[in-house]
Ligand binder design. Structure first.
Ligand code: T4K
Length: 379
């Protein structure tokens, strides 16, 4: 539908999973069938751990059945308790994993440009009960990992990063999974690299592997000893074999997404009232999402209006991450959840819109989406 302003015939979603050729997946699955080994640290699992350590440039990695369980175990493995300082501008899983560990989330405001936790505001939120900082590399933009580490060192706090959106991100050539004590990656179907459902923890302290791997396997050390109250966080062999096939396609997918990102930036930069997430110097991008911000005064229409209008053209964008986690009924009574404490978060969450972004999105469709945005602005 190049340059004709009618709705798309098929829905255009915010993302689509990277789908390898089915026969390649089946080929890989044959190895699982032949081995009659379906889960519990099988060959595919071991192979994916090794390959991901290389790809992510990290010294240690443990696979999980999803990113949420991985984060729950990250807190358990570091024995985090009391209060943890985190961001309200994130997916529900981030504060929920604290609640599941009986930890109080303390919401800290975000930087107005990167949309990540603002390190300059962290110190004022530290109390004697604070044990850790849980940062999120939102949309793959790295948190200010250096400042956060300085604060953590000064106050003796642990640092956990939620890198659900930051697969492949590097800061000055260093894999993002090397910062803080533990980093979590999500391999959900909607992520650039995926295992349908899945996740991983990465960490610099190799000694943590033993504890983390026990925690994800019920605390079972051997047939005679169960040494801690663990849970079932294991990735199975079907997930791992899918991951091995998908991993081979990630570079090709990144090239396609890079072209889409460039085209969006070129065509949308002409539109007053639309801005992008800043690209930080020395950072290799995740190419996970393409979020824009709509300034209602300058664009002339609200983000919510644009979101609804786009649906009429069969374009399904997302308001990630609306509502703020601090506004969920389970957290809104916390003192740190007050809007007075979180002015930047409240501004950002009104403006953000995540546009369709995935390798199979044709460039002429990207052009049409941009045209439609222009039409919505002037109508
Ligand atoms: N921390 C952060 C910051 C996160 O963003 C996430 C997950 C986590 C932690 C937790 O990690 P996991 O435990 O999930 O590993 C999706 C994902 O379910 C979720 O993993 C992700 N963040 C979040 C940002 O996005 P929804 O509710 O938006 O998903 P859904 O089903 O609406 O999918 C979005 C679009 O993707 C659909 O409109 C169409 C497309 N899609 C989706 C699926 C599942 C497909 O084309 N095929 C598919 O199979 O949460």
């Amino acid at each position: 539908m190049k340059n004709t302003i009618v709705e798309f015939d098929e829905p255009i979603f915010v993302t689509r999973p990277l789908m390898p050729e089915l026969n390649e997946v089946v080929e890989k699955l044959k190895e699982v069938w032949d081995a009659k080994w379906l889960t519990n640290n099988g060959k595919q699992h071991q192979s994916l751990e090794d390959k991901l350590m290389d790809y992510l440039k990290v010294p240690s990695l443990s696979l999980f059945n999803n990113g949420t369980i991985a984060l729950i175990i990250a807190c358990q493995s570091l024995r985090i308790s009391g209060e943890v300082i985190t961001t309200p501008f994130t997916f529900a899983a981030t504060p929920h994993i604290l609640a599941w560990n009986d930890i109080n989330p303390i919401f800290c405001d975000i930087d107005p440009l990167t949309m990540n936790i603002d390190p300059d505001k962290i110190e004022s939120m530290i109390t004697p009960k604070t044990t850790a900082i849980l940062g999120v590399h939102v949309f793959g933009t790295p948190c200010d990992v250096f400042k956060i580490q300085e604060i953590a060192n000064q106050y003796g706090l642990k640092v956990i990063y939620d890198a659900a959106h930051a697969f492949g991100v590097e800061v000055d050539g260093k894999g993002i999974g090397n910062f803080g004590d533990i980093t979590m990656f999500s391999f959900h179907a909607t992520k650039l690299f995926h295992t349908a459902e899945g996740g991983a923890l990465t960490y610099g302290d190799k000694h943590l592997k033993n504890r983390i791997d026990l925690l994800k396997n019920f605390g079972i050390k051997n047939e005679n000893e169960v040494v801690m109250p663990g849970i079932n966080g294991k990735m199975n062999e079907m997930q791992a074999s899918l991951g091995l096939v998908v991993l081979d396609l990630v570079e090709e997918e990144r090239i396609k997404r890079e072209k889409i990102r460039c085209l969006y930036r070129e065509l949308l930069s002409e539109i007053e009232g639309i801005s992008f997430v800043p690209e930080l110097e020395g950072v290799k991008s995740s190419l996970q999402y393409f979020p824009i911000r709509i300034n209602e005064n300058k664009f002339g229409k609200s983000r919510d209006f644009v979101y609804e209008e786009l649906k009429k053209y069969n374009i399904f964008t997302r308001k990630y991450f609306y509502p703020l986690c601090s506004d969920y009924p389970c957290y809104s009574q916390l003192p740190s959840a007050s809007s007075y404490n979180l002015p930047n978060s409240h501004q950002v969450v009104k403006e953000i819109l995540t546009l369709p972004f995935f390798g199979d999105l044709d460039l002429d469709k990207v052009e049409s989406i941009c045209e439609i945005l222009k039409v919505i602005k002037i109508r």
